[in-house]
Design a protein around this ligand. Structure first.
Ligand code: FAD
Ligand code: UDP
Length: 390
């Protein structure tokens, strides 16, 4: 992974692929094209580091933190685990989240413990199911993020756990967001307090950045950091472009801006070994300005006398983090997608390039699927675990 200067990258060599974005989308594709197809690849990123939003590093006190918020790896796909395991060992980790509601600290997703604690009851699983069924307000057609929750657990719990958090996170009322957003968080009547139920849940043993370093460490991959595509597009020669940045930006916002939600992180190191009982505590109350506090040592297992935490403040301006799932945005994205399909020589990939609220494993899957298509077109057989299904 030679890190290049712009002069070196623009010195007359012709890359088979220029990949914009060194996050999961760009890095996985670069690795596959270089190692699997022998292509000469240049990866560039406007940030000064690799890893995209999954980037982690040691802070000033030596505590490993995720600069862009907590990233927990979870998937049901064996082939994604197999692929990533070429570049990292793993640390078993099951994510648990608590929510500060009224004076309580209770599990979210809402489960039996949450209900019994909030209401001072001692229900069993069946009684909890009946309790929720009595509160649920059936919605005939479930379209929005409000409908999903009200239909399952009723208005009171919706307001305690979802309304305030969602309004802060997205700057929109749940009734203005696609149902897919709050559907990410289930409701349970048993005591399972894990945030995810996927078959595989773990963290890269030495962090995400190390994983990316190993993925990009290939003699046919060059890397140019701190460099915006726009500033250098005419100085670098390449046959094909893969763009993992925001698709609307690539097209100079021709049809208007696609909304992306941003975040501001306030990172702190505390001179105490532990700050909170779990990695993430959510604050759904509307009068608290942040959405959640993350304590990274729970994720990494790092022994350290200090601990580092981050407060997450959602905002409209700043780096694009989240595509905003709602029908009008999907319609606008489709116009850009049609334009992309009619533009030869460029392929869009990843969470920003395809305007999809994807988790890391889904982005890895999307990049492997693109690789497979390119390999097929080149008449090269791909290894079975790189295939789309499985
Ligand atoms: P990114 O990681 O965003 O990478 C895109 C890169 O392109 C960026 O580094 C950017 O600088 C670069 N770029 C863009 N435009 C240009 C340009 N013009 N020139 C040069 N470079 C450019 N997923 C999970 O599976 N589990 C989690 O727990 C989880 N937690 C998350 C928490 C937060 C706060 C956020 C925001 C996301 C989380 N995700 C999580 C999602 C995860 O971050 C994404 O799925 C994944 O990082 C997307 O990878 P990507 O390569 O598509 O995009
Ligand atoms: N959500 C909520 N309260 C919570 C947790 C989540 O209202 O305590 C809603 C909120 O709209 C959030 C969505 O559910 O954006 C999805 O949550 P998830 O934890 O998957 O969000 P992400 O990790 O992608 O930020």
């Amino acid at each position: 992974m030679p890190a290049l200067s712009l002069d070196a990258a623009g010195d007359g060599r012709v890359y088979d692929y220029l990949i914009v974005g060194a996050g999961f989308a760009g890095s996985v594709l670069a690795e596959r094209l270089a190692a699997g197809l022998g292509k000469q690849v240049l990866v560039l990123d406007r940030r000064e580091h690799i890893g995209g939003n999954a980037y982690d590093h040691l802070d000033a006190a030596g505590v490993r933190v995720h600069r862009y918020g907590p990233h927990i790896f979870h998937t049901n796909a064996q082939r994604i685990v197999d692929y990533l395991s070429r570049f990292t060992e793993w640390r078993p980790y099951e994510h648990r989240v608590l929510a500060r509601v009224d004076e309580h600290l209770v599990p979210i997703p809402i489960n039996l413990t949450t209900l019994n604690t909030l209401y001072g009851l001692a229900m069993d699983e069946q009684q909890a199911a009946e309790f929720l069924a009595r509160r649920a307000e059936p919605v005939a057609t479930i379209r929005t993020s409000e409908d999903v929750v009200i239909n399952q657990i009723g208005r009171e719990l919706y307001e305690k756990f979802f309304r305030g958090y969602t309004r802060k996170q997205w700057g929109l009322d749940p009734s203005e967001l696609d149902k897919s957003v709050t559907s990410r968080v289930p409701t349970r009547t048993n005591e399972d307090d894990r945030y995810f139920t996927d078959r595989f849940q773990m963290m890269p043993l030495h962090g995400y950045t190390r994983l990316f370093e190993r993925m990009l460490d290939h003699p046919r991959i060059d890397l140019l950091l701190g460099t915006d595509f726009k500033a250098v597009r005419r100085r670098i020669a390449y046959r094909h472009l893969v763009y993992c940045g925001p698709i609307d930006e690539y097209f100079d916002y021709r049809f208007g801006r696609l909304p992306y939600r941003s975040l501001r992180f306030e990172h702190q190191t505390l001179e105490q070994p532990v700050f909170q009982p779990v990695a993430v505590v959510n604050y759904p109350a509307p009068d608290v300005p942040f959405t959640r506090i993350t304590e990274y040592k729970h994720l990494t297992g790092q022994p350290h006398p200090c601990t580092s935490i981050s407060y997450e403040y959602p905002c409209a301006d700043g780096d694009p983090y989240y595509p905003v799932p709602r029908p009008e945005n999907a319609a606008l994205y489709r116009r850009y997608q049609a334009l992309a399909e009619a533009t030869p020589g460029v392929t869009f990939l990843g969470r920003l390039g395809t305007y999809k609220y994807y988790n890391m494993d889904q982005v890895v899957g999307q990049a492997l699927a693109l690789y497979q298509r390119i390999a097929r077109e080149a008449g090269v057989a791909v290894e079975s675990h790189e295939a789309e299904s499985g």
